[in-house]
Design a protein around this ligand. Sequence first.
Ligand code: AGP
Length: 606
Amino acid sequence: MCGIVGYIGDRECADVLVDGLRKLEYRGYDSAGIAVFQNGKIVVEKSKGKLDNLEEKMAKDGKPSGHCGIGHTRWATHGEPSDINSHPHGNKRVSIVHNGIIENYKQIKEFLIAQGYGFESETDTETVAKLLDYYYDGNPIETIGKMMDKVRGSYAFGIMFRDFPDSLFAVRKESPLIVGLGENENFIASDVTPILKYTKNYYLLEPGEIAVLKRDGVKVVTPENEEIEKEVLTADWDVDAAEKGGYAHFMLKEINEQPSVIKTTISPRIQDGMPYLEESGLTIEMLKNYRRIFIVACGTAMHAGLVGKYIIEKLARIEVTVDIASEFRYRDPLIEEGDLVILVSQSGETADTYAALKLAKERGATTLSIVNVKGSTIAREADIVIYTHAGPEISVASTKAYSVQLSIMYLLAFEIAYAKGKITKERCMELTKQLVEIPDRLSEVLVLKERCQFIASRLVNADSLLYIGRGLDYALSMEGSLKLKEISYIHSESYAAGELKHGTISLVTDDMPVIAVATQSDLLEKTISNVKEVKARGAKVTVICKEDAEIGKDVANHLITLPVMEDVLMPMLAAVPMQYIAYYTAVLKGCDVDQPRNLAKSVTVE
Ligand code: AGP
């Protein structure tokens, strides 16, 4: 989704803006632009395509020079990606950048046309820029307040008024925006990554608050111009976390970070060998009493929920329903007081997951969010939050966030099972001990990259691919399949292995490679029978299994073997080869691994 940066200070603004926008590239975008105060005038440069295009254009036109400005990466919603539709929008008096969607922009546009305004772009944002101009009476706060009263939808805005060349303004509702606090320089940004190299201190802007940034300070006020006392937060991500650190892609770096981020995520949640979630406000007593559990999320986070369902139901014997958030919010779900609704989200800003959270709260359920980005909307609005400590995940394809989400699912499953008396304290400690060993076992799995690279070389020319598995392996293979299709653009489907012969096996030919996940000992024989079925129909099969799995030599074309752990924990290990296979296939195909086409990292629109 769109990215916003803004700067006021002594540095050359255009450089800070473009550098900041590069940090936000991961969010996904199709055009970019900046506006800078130059000799009292607002100078705008914008271009369709990547930031390199913008830089080339500025090299030709002359880069705007000044010390205050706003920048934007646009992920098109209203109107195709083009120079004209790129942000900033406005006129000589006002310039804005926007993340979000203005629902009533058509009415506003008609109103403004009737007042004599003309429009250049097809965007909803331009209507807000012109509306600000229409309301402008020399008082920016009052003007912004009037605009907020009129506009419906989601937004984060960075705003410049020509008459105030020493000030930047920002306001948000639903879309994220932070205010970075430096020494004689201040920033706005969609998240903390653009500011990390200058400062770690920031404010989280609450909906409806207006930030006024000057070089030497920031004031946050209500639309009535009453000053608001803000808490200064400190980012705990370091600068390196948002850099590639010698890896070819962020995705590869993030795959390799998994042992350390899992350790950082679980260590503070284990005390005396037992899961300890009380610091988040989740007591044993509460866990004992929930009647039903719902896990609601999108994409990869939803897949983490599917693994969670299997392990919570298996160990704690409590009903768990997993829902895709965009379905949950409209299916009038049967939730009520006494239910626990778990929202899983890396970004904490996903629009559908947020809507599901609001619905669950309305219906009286307890809401628990598992979120990576501190202070994000879903984290703040859930009754209870458990933060995963993955650090910034820059690649659009989620890898380390998935693993840390899984690790929290395990802690929850163990603790609920113990709270409900379904496992003894000794068994709970034993399981927890095995979870603690995961980072070491994962380091052994990470060395399988050449093997996975080889398998990727066998898949690269396929048009379509099938992932199969049973039980936990099926839940896991859904994530493997998503990973492959989103970055390599090869169609793939994940299928319950036992369901194949009810229709899908008719697709299997020697042109359809199959990846079978077979890590569950009690289901191994059954899955291997399914592997034989597809192999008999010509499919080239890769089997991912434990090192000690007894599989006949001719059953699979390729084998990836993993360190042996208890079945229930195997998804933590088996995820890695699937991530690698997707990664290397995409690399071999020459795809843009970290920023796949059409995708955005944080999906803040419905
Ligand atoms: C997966 O690689 C994607 N990035 C996507 O499916 C993602 O998991 C989904 O959009 C949910 O995002 P969230 O975790 O930020 O809510």
